[in-house]
Design a protein around this ligand. Structure first.
Ligand SMILES: [Zn+2]
Length: 136
């Protein structure tokens, strides 16, 4: 299983972080953690930016996040062009990790406020899968 299932239009066939797709298909959003120094990455990385080692483990993201800010996207990257316009949020998790992700269209734009609680969940669209911020 490769990255061709990421988003709605495939563009990368294989990478070292392809397990992300398998996790998303099972309903789990997961990142990678360096076994050497505990640094956590999402989107997942195969190599640690800090110590340069490649000894990583997959860790599900289960905690809630707080919305930091958001914006409306009218011209998206190829994999998300069909979804425009959509809202892109920046959310911060309890461990300080900050993630950019689309915000669910189920959330009304007027409901969005900084500091509101959100969760990161997989979303299936057609043959593809990606992740988005949703109401807990
Ligand atoms: Zn490291």
């Amino acid at each position: 299983m490769g990255f061709e299932k990421f988003g709605q239009v495939g563009y990368i066939s294989q990478t070292k972080v392809a397990p992300l797709i398998s996790y998303l298909q099972k309903g789990v959003v997961a990142g990678t953690r360096c076994k050497n120094d505990g640094k956590f990455y999402f989107p997942p990385r195969a190599d640690c930016l800090d110590c340069r080692k490649s000894d990583m483990e997959w860790v599900p993201i289960e905690s809630r996040a707080r919305l930091v800010t958001f914006t409306q996207v009218f011209f998206g990257p190829p994999a998300f062009e069909q979804s425009t316009p959509y809202t892109l949020g920046l959310a911060e998790f309890e461990n300080g990790l900050r993630v950019f992700a689309p915000i669910s269209k189920d959330l009304d734009r007027d409901e969005l406020k900084p500091e509101m609680e959100l969760v990161l969940r997989p979303r299936h669209v057609g043959e593809g899968v990606f992740y988005q911020l949703e109401k807990p």
